[in-house]
Design a protein around this ligand. Structure first.
Ligand code: GCO
Length: 483
């Protein structure tokens, strides 16, 4: 029989709870994994060393000036400093490190001859992580296509599916004994559709320039759907190869997912939000988790271009379901109907946050909503948050007397973790959280001007300095949660 508590004791217990003297209020499941993520082009540097081939991003920054004259030829020099960086991850308590492989480091021409020194780098990195007790999670493709393959038609040609499969096999065979978490692709919507579409439009005199990435004209965007289909097919083929090798780790994909909320409660805005959700989310979630494409988006794209789906493709996609879904979440999209818009008759609202983050509106409930929605609509898949994080500009990342008091980032991370925690409480099978990113790094066309790290990097000296958010994150991992 339970003993009745005296009112005095009950009052103490109550005040303890509200003053948090009884341990973390947000405790994560015991087997929850805390990690951080990076991508090869953004951190490695050593762009032309030890036999590495060129990637399209080497070309974009060195030849096409897409980052305003900056390049990631050195970046944060992780290629040479990986031992120190792994030691830093270990000191922070990081349990898993998500990094990507530069395809052109392993296969300088994209196919054919392997560069042993390139493969060896990743093997040493994996060993260093394992020795530090950190689980490696490998992304095969984070946007840096070998230039040699771009010259052969890149992702627009169907052959790209087999180029990727060959490369994936090489990586599985080399590291599969030590790496148990594999991510085929990072963010098909952002790269295959938006970035590659914008760049293609900018370089091709036959295509009118794209005004803004998320306002891309329907015919230009539809022209990229074939690229995203090849990614989906390549993803499925790589899973097939992975399993055929008898490897028993987990293999999945990382999608950028942004919940689309109608700007008002009008029917037109609701319909616009459904389209935005289809273009950004369902076009990828459906093939990955259901083995089909959403009919509404397929019809929108097919009206303008051949999406490239051939007999038998959907069977391959359906037969090779991912073991987990990697979710990258930064911000939601607020959508309204805009009949004049050449972007499928929809438009998004500008961010009205007082202190705008680089990656859009700060809205932690968006993370909760999308986790619940994926859980409900896609049969409770295993989910890892493979990216979440923020940068707010120079004020928040100011280095003063060797310290960085990044209050806005600290608040962002904490509130998003609370949203993730709530989703777990409500039954979502969320098992990992990878923060973007441990280190400030090279932010694509914004170069070194946009910092996202827990650790400040002086790009001149390569010194690493812990920000306040790094100390927070260290304590969250240590306590497996927080008050
Ligand atoms: C992405 C990329 C990262 C970015 C990060 C911050 O998801 O967009 O994976 O490479 O650096 O998202 O913008």
């Amino acid at each position: 029989m339970r003993r009745r508590q005296s009112p005095a004791i009950a009052a103490i217990v109550l005040s303890c709870a509200s003053f948090a003297c009884s341990g973390p209020t947000f405790t994560f499941p015991e087997d929850f994994v805390w990690g951080t993520a990076t991508a090869a082009y953004q951190v490695e540097g050593a762009w032309n060393e030890d036999g590495k081939g060129r990637s399209v991003w080497d070309t974009y920054t060195n030849d096409l000036n897409l980052a305003g004259g900056e390049t990631a030829n050195v970046a944060i020099d992780q290629y040479h400093r990986y031992r120190e960086d792994v030691a830093l991850l270990k000191a922070m308590g990081i349990q898993s490190y998500r990094f990507s492989v530069a395809w052109a480091r392993v296969l300088p021409e994209g196919t054919g001859e392997v560069n042993p020194a390139g493969l060896d780098y990743y093997s040493r990195l994996v060993d260093e992580l394992l020795a530090a007790g950190i689980e490696p999670a490998v992304t095969l493709y984070h946007w840096d296509l070998p230039q040699a393959l771009a010259d052969r038609g890149g992702w627009r040609t169907r052959e790209s599916v087999e180029w990727f499969n060959e490369y994936a096999r090489i990586m599985f065979e080399a590291l599969g004994d030590r790496v148990g978490t594999w991510i085929t692709f990072n963010e098909p919507y952002i790269d295959a559709i938006i970035i590659e579409g914008s760049i293609r439009a900018a370089l091709d005199p036959n295509i009118d320039p794209v005004p803004e990435p998320f306002a891309m004209r329907a015919e230009v965007q539809a022209g990229q759907a074939i690229v995203s289909h090849h990614w989906m097919l390549a993803h499925a083929r790589a899973i097939e190869t992975y399993r055929s090798l008898g490897l028993d780790g987990n293999i999945g994909i990382t999608l950028s997912v942004s919940p689309a909320y109608p700007a008002t409660d009008s029917d037109d805005d609701a319909a616009a939000a459904t389209i935005a959700d289809g273009l950004h989310n369902r076009w990828f979630l459906d093939p990955v988790l259901k083995g089909t494409y959403p009919e509404d988006v397929r019809a929108l794209y097919s009206a303008h271009a051949d999406v490239g789906i051939r007999d038998g493709d959907m069977e391959v996609i359906a037969a090779n379901r991912a073991d987990f879904l990697g979710v990258n979440y930064y911000s939601p999209t607020r959508v309204r109907a805009e009949p004049e818009s050449a972007h499928f008759g929809i438009a998004s609202l500008p961010n009205s946050d007082e202190q705008p983050a680089f990656n859009g509106e700060v809205y932690p409930d968006g993370l909760y909503d999308l986790l619940m929605r994926i859980d409900r609509d896609y049969g409770k898949p295993l989910i890892y948050i493979t990216e979440n994080g923020a940068g707010f500009g120079p004020e928040d990342d100011r280095l003063i007397d060797g310290e960085v008091h990044d209050v806005l980032r600290r608040d962002y991370i904490r509130r998003h973790l609370i949203a993730a925690h709530r989703a777990i409480q409500d039954g979502v099978n969320l098992q990992r959280y990878y923060l973007w990113s441990c280190f400030d790094n090279f932010e694509w066309i914004w170069g070194t001007t946009r910092r996202f790290g827990l650790v400040y990097v002086d790009f001149e000296t390569q010194e690493r300095i812990w920000k306040d958010s790094a100390h927070d994150f260290q304590s969250y991992i240590r306590d497996n949660g927080f008050n």
